[in-house]
Design a protein around this ligand. Structure first.
Ligand code: 2YC
Length: 275
């Protein structure tokens, strides 16, 4: 089961959009749009964000609407330079609204999947891949490259597993820890990674950490000056832990949504945009 955002985690996204972008530039050298393009391997000048119309459809299924979730998604996308709006209706009526408004991309999330559909050709981006790719790019930026370096991945769920594969493909030595040892071992049969069975020992022997776990991170396990790329929710650090780290890259939605928007847009050739 994917970790679910709460109203409280989402409430400040819109008012802190600019500071989130500034922090990302200072930590990684890239703003949110540059990071999203880096994550999917295109250059920012190949995508004309102003030509892209995005519809965000609230979804009431399962545990229902998260207050300001859809508004936050739309504002994150607008900050990339795209046109974005939240549909009046939720669910199927909202989807119909987005389609009749000739949206190029449609975002929707239930309790299991969060996707961005390219309305021109039906291909879609999902939040797990996008979050993994975006936060790996952020770690690469903050560490000034990952090739030949040792990286610890916490969490062998959907995001952590994809991240481990991406980091290995960048030439890093990856160790993974998951509280469920079977998950970590299963992944190590597919991807060339080492498995740690003690999170404290693993953390105290790494400077570069990708955290995709919902668990808190204890300050006395953290190596002084380490860099965390940390999509995991809830935010895992206490004040003592924050004093020891060199950098923490974290947001509740921004990087994942930005990669979804850029990746689903990249599924269109110029002629395919849904006009
Ligand atoms: O407001 C709505 O439309 C809700 N149906 C949205 C539910 C999102 C559930 N997913 C999550 O909370 C997590 C997020 C971290 C992003 C991906 N899954």
């Amino acid at each position: 089961m994917m970790t679910r955002l709460t109203d409280d985690m989402v409430k400040d996204i819109i008012c802190s959009l600019d500071s989130t972008d500034d922090t990302l530039v200072s930590l990684t050298g890239m703003n949110t749009l540059e990071l999203a393009c880096d994550a999917i391997g295109i250059s920012p000048d190949t995508i004309n964000t102003h030509d892209i119309r995005v519809g965000v459809v609230p979804v009431t299924s399962g545990l229902g609407i998260i207050t300001r979730f859809s508004d936050s998604v739309a504002e994150i996308i607008k900050k990339l330079g795209m046109e974005a709006f939240v549909t009046e209706s939720p669910d199927v009526a909202g989807l119909a609204e987005a389609l009749s408004a000739k949206c190029d991309i449609i975002f929707m999330a239930d309790d299991v999947q969060f996707i961005a559909i390219n309305a021109g050709n039906g291909r879609y981006s999902n939040n797990s891949f996008s979050t993994a790719a975006g936060y790996v790019s952020a770690l690469k930026g903050a560490a000034k490259g990952l090739a030949g370096k040792a990286v610890l991945v916490l969490g062998a769920g959907r995001v952590g597993s994809i991240a481990a594969e991406l980091i290995v493909s960048m030439g890093a030595e990856v160790t993974i820890y998951d509280i469920d040892g079977k998950k970590a071992n299963d992944l190590s049969r597919r991807v060339k990674i080492k498995v740690a069975d003690d999170v404290g020992a693993a953390l105290s022997s790494h400077d570069l950490i990708f955290n995709a776990s919902p668990a808190p991170i204890e300050a006395d396990h953290i190596r002084e000056g380490s860099i965390f790329s940390s999509p995991g929710i809830p935010f895992p650090f206490d004040d003592a832990g924050l004093k020891k780290v060199k950098a923490v890259i974290h947001d509740p939605l921004n990087i994942g949504v930005a990669v979804m928007a850029v990746q689903s847009a990249s599924f269109s050739g110029p002629m395919e945009l849904n006009r």
